[in-house]
Every structure is written in C-alpha cells, then in structure tokens.
Ligand binder design. Structure first.
Ligand code: IMP
Length: 192
C-alpha cells in the first residue's frame, strides 16, 4: 500500500479478517425486503417501526427510507440478563415505547437475531398493548435463532455462527459504523 492509500483507508480495515456482507449486498437486500413489506401492508394505514437500540439504528434508517408506506418510528432499549442457556433470561426495559401501539401494525426491526431470547420476550410483551399485528424484520439471522423457533417473518441474510460486526453491530461498542458486515481478526479479541 502506498502511504497515500494508507491514509485514505478507513481505520477499521486493519481489524477486519473478512467481509461477509458488502454494503452493496445490504442495500440490495434492504430494497428487496422493503418491496415485500410494502406489498404485505398495502391497504393498511401504515406501519409503526420499532427499532431496538443500538444495533438496529443503521438498518432502521435504511429500511425506513426504502419503504413507501406511511411510517412512524419508535425505539426500545432492552438488556438481557440471566442464563443465555435457558429460555427464561431476564429482560430489563431500559427505554420503553413513547407511543400507544393499540391497533397499530408494529414491525420490530432488529440487526441480528442470535439466541432469540430478547425477541421472544418482546413478542410476549408487545401483544399486552393490543397492537393490530406484530412482526419482525432482521437484517441478519444466526443458526441458533432457527433452533429457537423465534418467529422472524422477514430475514435479510442467514450467517454462520460467528461473531460479526458492522452495520450497527458492535464489539465492545466499536465497529457499529462500518458500512459492511464482517468478522474481526482474532488479535482484536485477544487484545480486548
Ligand atoms: P439474542 O437475544 O441472543 O438473539 O441477541 C440479540 C442481540 O445480541 C443482537 O441484537 C445484538 O445486539 C447482539 N448480538 C448477537 N450476536 C451478535 C454478533 O455476532 N455481533 C454483534 N452483536 C451480536
């Protein structure tokens, strides 16, 4: 690499082992998902997107702009505690919805579903507020989510059981801003 190319390379390039989903693939898939969602909710009074902090922020922003339905956007912040090995982990609501979802069509927007623990809890919690419907869209799904049978209606990509970063997803709060989804070099974890 020439010195000028090095200067222009984003800081994170040196930490990435490989890219799993390029920004073009993500954009293409987002457009595809939006088309399907637009069609499925045609004839309704629109959608209430509920994004989960912080990971879903990028996908939420891109999906919202790709949809042509009337939209409102809400965010929730949930944190899971307890044993990930059981299906009864404790979920704490750090930020709840700011709006009444009664009779609204709710679409939960996730970056990635792994164990599905947080989502399973949310899918029990939201119906207690009497929405017209609740569905889930996730840009990425890991194999464990399939085993847990958590109902994710719209899935962007199924990825292998590896820790991924980028497009909203972090390692120790870093790498969320990467425009692609990738796997970190082992030395990044080793030095953490
Ligand atoms: P679940 O409750 O196990 O499905 O976990 C979902 C949440 O864990 C996601 O919304 C992410 O914030 C985080 N997560 C799970 N897998 C990964 C990963 O590979 N990279 C980054 N974050 C992840």
């Amino acid at each position: 690499m020439t010195p000028s190319a090095e200067q222009n390379a984003p800081w994170y390039d040196a930490d990435i082992e490989r890219v799993i989903l390029s920004s073009d693939q993500i954009a293409e898939k987002t457009a595809e998902l939006a088309k399907q969602i637009d069609a499925d909710y045609a004839g309704t009074d629109g959608l209430l997107l509920v994004g989960l902090f912080k990971g879903a922020v990028m996908f939420m922003a891109d999906l919202a702009r790709a949809l042509t339905l009337p939209l409102e956007m809400e965010f929730m912040d949930l944190s899971s505690y307890g044993s990930k090995a059981t299906s009864s982990g404790v979920v704490r609501v750090l930020k709840d919805l700011d709006t009444d979802i009664k009779d609204r069509h709710v679409l939960v927007v996730e970056d990635i579903v792994d164990s599905g623990l947080t989502l399973s809890w949310l899918l029990k919690y939201l119906p207690s507020r009497h929405p017209a419907s609740v569905e889930v869209v996730s840009m990425v799904r890991k194999p464990k989510a399939l085993e847990s049978n958590v109902p994710v209606k719209y899935v962007g990509f199924d990825v292998p059981d590896e820790f991924v970063v980028g497009y909203g997803m972090d390692f120790a709060e870093r790498y969320r801003e990467l425009p692609f989804v990738g796997v970190l070099k082992p030395r990044v974890y080793e030095n953490a």
